[in-house]
Design a binder for this molecule. Structure first.
Ligand SMILES: [Zn+2]
Length: 338
């Protein structure tokens, strides 16, 4: 993966096509503008960068949290340069031009077909039969091209060794990336790069990601036993998606921006099937509320068993339309598995 770093105001050109520009900044959430340059050096229009899901790793602070920063992954459509403009009081702490097109793919080829197709074609609208966990057609880390060396430090140690705790709940996010994404696997690799390396979390923050076609991607590494997000005792690997609420919390990210846009039917279907399969595996009633207890800090908080990020943290994530659609997700998942 080619990448190039420049958080300053100068025009930054690359000798590779940029898939996305990863940005982090402090100050106003709407305080950064960006414009892209094409191969011939011609600039496009300035646009305000919209911060994405403020996911993160639990820290050692008193409340078990680290301060959230503004973050975004701006799709760059194979541009060859970018320029940033920061409002007063805003400091861009990181800018990274990422090219994931040339990322080597190892392991098995991408799964073909719609992963949840067998649960989708009943014209009555009822989803059956019950798929097992893990969902069929899941795109493994190897299949989306996760470079596993990114999980390790220079001296060869794992930067975020896996920790497993009992399952407690599910939280839904959106990535605020390109809604008409031509290459979602490349976007998953870009998010992985941003989370694992730029943010130094050691891995991608989510347990699962779902694209517009309904394909489900394996996220955070959890071992080699073929149980994504879990160990052999069905405990959940701690990921980095809801600061202060990470242990035991399974994070599912919808690829795209659901501030105003609706989910595609296939994305909806896969989210219902994955949510239902996890609920079934763990005996969770999708319509219920839970008292979440952070295993490290002991702090307890009440919220929905199948929540949106904004149920736990002050954020727009998972976008207003996705958030308002969660009621239907819970009902359909409950019907499927209840
Ligand atoms: Zn989120």
């Amino acid at each position: 993966m080619a990448r190039s770093v420049s958080p300053g105001p100068e025009i930054h050109r690359t000798d590779f096509p940029i898939t996305a520009v990863a940005l982090s900044w402090t100050g106003s959430p709407r305080g950064v503008r960006l414009r892209l340059y094409n191969r011939k050096g011609k600039p496009g229009a300035w646009r305000t960068v919209v911060p994405g899901c403020p996911c993160g790793k639990d820290g050692a602070g008193r409340d078990g949290a680290t301060a959230p920063r503004n973050q975004a992954l701006v799709p760059a459509g194979n541009s060859y340069g970018y320029q940033l403009e920061a409002a007063s009081g805003v400091r861009v702490t990181e800018a990274l031009a990422i090219d994931t097109e040339r990322e080597p793919r190892t392991g098995e080829p991408l799964a073909s077909g719609t992963p949840s197709a067998r649960a989708s074609r009943d014209p009555s609208g009822s989803l059956s039969p019950r798929p097992a966990f893990p969902p069929s057609g899941l795109i493994t880390r190897a299949a989306w091209g996760a470079d596993e060396t990114k999980r390790f430090t220079a001296n060869g140690s794992e930067s975020s060794p896996t920790v497993f705790t009992p399952f407690q709940m599910i939280t839904v996010h959106h990535t605020a990336t390109d809604p008409d994404d031509p290459d979602p696997a490349a976007t998953v690799r870009a998010i992985y790069q941003q989370h694992a390396v730029s943010n130094d979390w050691g891995d991608i923050g989510y347990h699962f990601l779902i694209d517009q076609r309904g394909q489900i991607y394996e996220g955070r590494y959890s071992g080699t036993d073929g149980r994504p997000a879990h160990n052999a005792r069905d405990e959940v690997v701690t990921a980095f998606h809801t600061i202060g609420f990470n242990p035991g919390n399974i994070g599912i990210a919808l690829l795209g921006d659901f501030t105003k846009a609706e989910r595609t039917p296939r994305m909806q279907e896969s989210l219902v099937n994955l949510t239902g399969a996890l609920a079934s595996l763990h005996g969770l009633a999708p319509l219920s509320r839970v008292t979440y207890r952070h295993v490290v800090t002991g702090r307890t908080t009440q919220g929905p068993a199948v929540a949106g990020h904004r149920d736990w943290t002050s954020t727009d994530c998972p976008g207003t339309t996705a958030y308002l659609g969660l009621g239907r997700i819970r009902e359909q998942a409950a019907r499927l598995y209840g």
